[in-house]
Design a protein around this ligand. Structure first.
Ligand code: DGY
Length: 312
């Protein structure tokens, strides 16, 4: 008999087909499956979920046979790792394969804000160009200072890309990273005071909650912008919205938000702000590579082996 697994959110069709081959897949997001899922809870041994979605403690508690939470992403902030460890549940992620796409998203957001790409698109479509409307000049990244908050794989990939645009790189990281030759700063506020663009790449956890707060935003100043490809919780959204609306920050490019997908509506009209629906790793190529890692982790677990990318 095939083992039973719970799929919290959809994956690529080709990956779901492979899951269906190997397992009885209960789809949490399918309204028609809810009754069957309620009956299957005692026999479900594995959950597959997204990094931005995770699994709540109530869900963990409702699955007495759960042995693995396979996250299709690198963020573990939506899973209570202590609770999982206490139950001897492996929590796996998909490290490495999404680094470049998330870094690309950071660069795309930075250029979109500095060069008014989204605003320009609306300007042309709405016929304002044809009517002779004026369009604002952009800001060149060349010669500007990129401050990277969190110098993990994604932060490093973002920095390498930014160097190609002629930017100088500074960073803040909890542990020193001396191999890059980039300038280390002692605190997020010191980094912000030396940055024109602040790129938030740090993992979300209790220690990084609201790390980008009013003080950091004030240190950045009215000509600087914030890019967030990490998690909404790392930025104090009250302070960010206030800075955008007051003009004490020049703009923001945001892929992630608190409470997504139902984000605060003040973002919809915030000045000089480009919004994306959490698409950092969302290319077909990368989603296939991530799916392969999820499949490998599940297979190892059901073979009685340690899943290769267990993070807890
Ligand atoms: C991650 O890897 O956690 C991404 O944000 C996808 O959710």
């Amino acid at each position: 008999m095939k083992p039973e697994i719970l799929l919290i959110e959809p994956m690529l069709d080709v990956i779901e087909a492979r899951l269906d081959e190997a397992y009885v897949v209960h789809r949490h997001y399918a309204a028609t499956e809810q009754e069957a899922i309620a009956k299957a809870l005692p026999s479900i041994c594995a959950v597959v979920t997204g990094g931005g979605t995770g699994l709540s403690n109530d869900q963990i508690d409702s699955l007495p046979a759960l042995g693995i939470i396979a996250i299709n992403g690198v963020g573990t902030d939506k899973v209570d790792l202590v609770r999982a460890r206490g139950r001897n549940i492996d929590v796996t992620t998909t490290p490495g394969v999404l680094t470049d796409d998330v870094a690309d998203t950071g660069i795309a957001l930075m250029l979109a804000v500095l060069r008014h790409i989204a605003k320009g698109d609306r300007f042309v479509r709405e016929g304002r160009w044809a009517r002779g409307g004026a369009f604002p000049l952009g800001t060149s990244p060349k010669g500007k200072r990129l401050g990277i908050l969190g110098l993990g794989q994604i932060g490093r990939a973002l920095g390498r890309r930014a160097e190609a645009f002629g930017m100088t790189i500074g960073y803040w990281n909890r542990s020193p990273q001396t191999d890059t030759g980039w300038t280390a700063h002692a605190t997020p506020t010191e980094l912000a005071a030396s940055s024109d663009v602040l790129a938030v790449c740090v993992a979300a956890n209790a220690a990084t909650q609201d790390l980008v707060n009013a003080e950091v935003l004030e240190a950045l100043g009215p000509k600087a912008i914030v890019i967030n490809v990490a998690r909404g919780s790392v930025v104090d959204e009250d302070a960010l919205l206030q800075a955008l609306w007051n003009g004490t920050l020049a703009g923001a490019g945001l892929d992630v938000f608190v409470g997504e997908p139902r984000i605060r509506e003040e973002f919809f009209t915030a000045p000089n702000t480009v919004l994306m629906p959490h698409q950092g790793s969302a290319t077909r190529e990368t989603r296939i590579a991530m799916g392969e890692i999820v499949l490998a982790n599940l297979q190892a677990f059901f073979n009685g082996e340690k899943p290769p990318t267990t993070g807890n």
